[in-house]
Design a protein around this ligand. Structure first.
Ligand code: SF4
Length: 428
C-alpha cells in the first residue's frame, strides 16, 4: 500500500501520495568538485529529482558544502560506518542523510545523528541491504531471507521511533528480485513511512535495467514505493535516471518527454527500421512535450494500432506516410521520412495544432488504402492478434483462422503464396 507519511528532501516531497521521485548517485570521487558537479548537472538535466553522493572521507564533507550550494537538485549524503561524517554532513547542509543504523557504531551514535538531524530539520533515509543484516538476524536470514530483511527494517524503524525521530524514509534491498518484491510488500503493510526502492547491484545497463524494471515495476504497479534509484554498473549516472523514467512512464505514474512506440518488425519490413528508430529516439530527446510517436515497419495494416499516437510514420519500399492521430498527413520519399516527421512535429508545436493540407492528406490516404488493399490477405502479427481477439470474444477457438479477418481477399499462409515472399528491405 502507498505510504501514509512523507518526508521533504530539499523541497521534494517523498511519500504521502507525492509523485514517485527519481534519484541517482554520482559515481565520481565526491571531493573532485568539478567532476561531481558536472555529473550532478547531467543527471539533473536527465530528470533526476534528487542526487546522492558518497561521503567516506573528511575531504568529501568539505566538498559537500559547495556541492549543496551549487547543485540544482537536493543532495543526499551517503554515510557508512562513521557517524562523525553524518554529523559533519548535516553541518555541511546536506538535504538528507542516508545511513544504515546497523553499521554506524551502535544506538548511541545513531541517537547522536538523530538529535543533530532533528535540530537541523534534516530528514534521513535508513535501511539495510541483504548483504549487511545485523548478526542476530543471520539465522533467520538463512531460513527466511524475506522475513529477515523486513525484521531488520522494522527494528530500525522502532529504534528511530524510540529516539523520537520520525523524519525518515526506509529502504530494504536485495540483489534478489523476488526477495525485494516480497520484502517491500510486507514492509509496506507494517510501517507507514515512505519507501525507497532499488535492486542492489542490479548489474549492467542491459540486465540491470531489466531486473530493476521487473522488481521496481511490480511494486510500483501495486502503489508501493515513493522514490526509486536504478543501480547500474556504468559511470554514466544519467543512464540510471533514463531507466527510472522509462519505468515510471511505462506505468503512467509520471510524464516526461516523448514516448516512442515502434512495431517489432517482421518479414514485411521494407526499410532499415533499426536505423530510423534509433535516429527518431535520439532526436526526440530534444523535446520536452509528452508527445507519442509511432514507427511502423510497413503500411500493410494501415495505421492500425498506432492510430492513437500523436504522430507516426509508416514505411514502404520507396515511400512512406506521415500520420497524426490516426489520419494521414502526407506521403514522402522513404529517405525523407524522418526529417519530414520532425518538420510536422515542430510545426504542430509552433502552431499548437497539427497542420493538415487537404490535398496532401488525400494523396496520403489514397496511397495507404492502395497498400492495404494490395496486402489485404496478409497474415500480419497485428491481424493475427485481431483475429485471436475476435475468436476469443466469440468463444469459438476452432474458427480462429477465418474469424474476423480484416478485408480478407485471400489467406496467404505459405511463403510461396505471399506477395511479399523473398522481399528484402533496403538499407539506406
Ligand atoms: S506487419 Fe506489423 S510487425 Fe511487420 S513490419 Fe508491418 S507493422 Fe511491423
Amino acid at each position: 500500500m502507498a505510504s501514509q507519511r512523507h518526508v521533504t528532501v530539499g523541497g521534494v516531497q517523498i511519500g504521502g501520495g507525492a509523485p514517485v521521485a527519481v534519484q541517482t548517485m554520482t559515481k565520481t570521487e565526491t571531493a573532485n568538485l568539478a567532476a561531481t558537479m558536472a555529473q550532478i548537472r547531467t543527471v539533473a538535466d536527465a530528470g533526476a529529482d534528487l542526487v546522492r553522493v558518497a561521503v567516506p572521507r573528511d575531504k568529501d564533507v568539505e566538498a559537500l558544502k559547495t556541492i549543496v550550494e551549487e547543485s540544482p537538485i537536493p543532495v543526499i549524503a551517503d554515510i557508512h560506518f562513521n557517524h562523525t561524517l553524518a554529523l559533519k554532513s548535516i553541518d555541511a547542509g546536506a538535504h538528507c542523510i542516508r545511513l544504515n543504523p546497523g553499521n554506524i557504531g551502535g544506538p548511541e551514535k545513531v541517537a547522536e545523528v538523530a538529535d543533530k538531524a532533528r535540530a537541523a530539520g534534516t530528514p534521513m533515509r535508513i535501511g539495510v541491504n541483504s548483504g549487511s543484516l545485523p548478526k542476530h538476524l543471520h539465522t533467520l536470514e538463512r531460513e527466511n531471507p524475506v522475513e529477515a530483511l523486513v525484521t531488520a527494517g522494522v527494528e530500525f524503524v522502532q529504534l528511530m521511533e524510540r529516539l523520537e525521530f520520525t523524519d525518515f524514509k526506509v529502504s530494504i534491498k536485495s540483489t534478489n528480485v523476488p526477495y525485494t518484491i516480497a520484502a517491500n510488500r510486507l514492509l509496506s503493510e507494517r510501517i507507514p513511512y515512505p519507501l525507497h526502492l532499488g535492486i542492489t547491484e542490479a548489474g549492467t545497463r542491459w540486465s540491470g535495467s531489466l531486473k530493476s524494471a521487473v522488481g521496481l515495476g511490480t511494486l510500483l504497479a501495486d502503489g508501493i514505493g515513493d522514490t526509486i534509484r536504478i543501480s547500474l554498473s556504468t559511470f554514466h549516472a544519467e543512464e540510471e535516471v533514463k531507466v527510472a523514467w522509462e519505468i515510471l512512464k511505462a506505468l503512467k505514474l509520471r510524464e516526461r518527454g516523448p514516448v516512442l512506440i515502434a512495431c517489432p518488425t517482421c518479414g514485411r519490413l521494407q526499410f532499415d527500421m533499426d536505423t530510423v528508430v534509433a535516429e527518431i529516439e535520439e532526436r526526440l530527446r530534444q523535446y520536452e512535450d509528452p508527445i507519442e510517436v509511432a514507427v511502423l515497419g510497413c503500411a500493410v495494416n494501415g495505421i492500425g494500432e498506432a492510430s492513437h499516437a500523436d504522430f507516426g510514420i509508416t514505411g514502404a519500399k520507396n515511400e512512406g506516410l506521415i500520420f497524426a492521430h490516426g489520419k494521414p498527413i502526407r506521403k514522402v520519399p522513404q529517405d525523407e521520412l524522418v526529417d519530414a516527421l520532425f518538420t510536422e512535429i515542430d510545426r504542430s508545436i509552433d502552431r499548437g495544432a497539427v497542420v493538415v493540407d487537404e490535398h496532401e492528406a488525400a494523396e496520403g490516404a489514397e496511397w495507404l488504402e492502395k497498400i492495404e488493399e494490395e496486402n489485404a490477405g496478409e497474415m500480419t502479427p497485428e491481424r493475427i492478434a485481431a483475429m485471436e481477439a475476435a475468436a476469443a470474444t466469440e468463444g469459438n477457438g476452432e474458427s480462429l483462422p477465418m474469424a474476423g479477418a480484416p478485408k480478407a481477399k485471400r489467406i496467404t499462409l505459405g511463403e510461396e503464396e505471399s506477395p511479399t515472399a523473398g522481399r528484402r528491405f533496403t538499407r539506406a
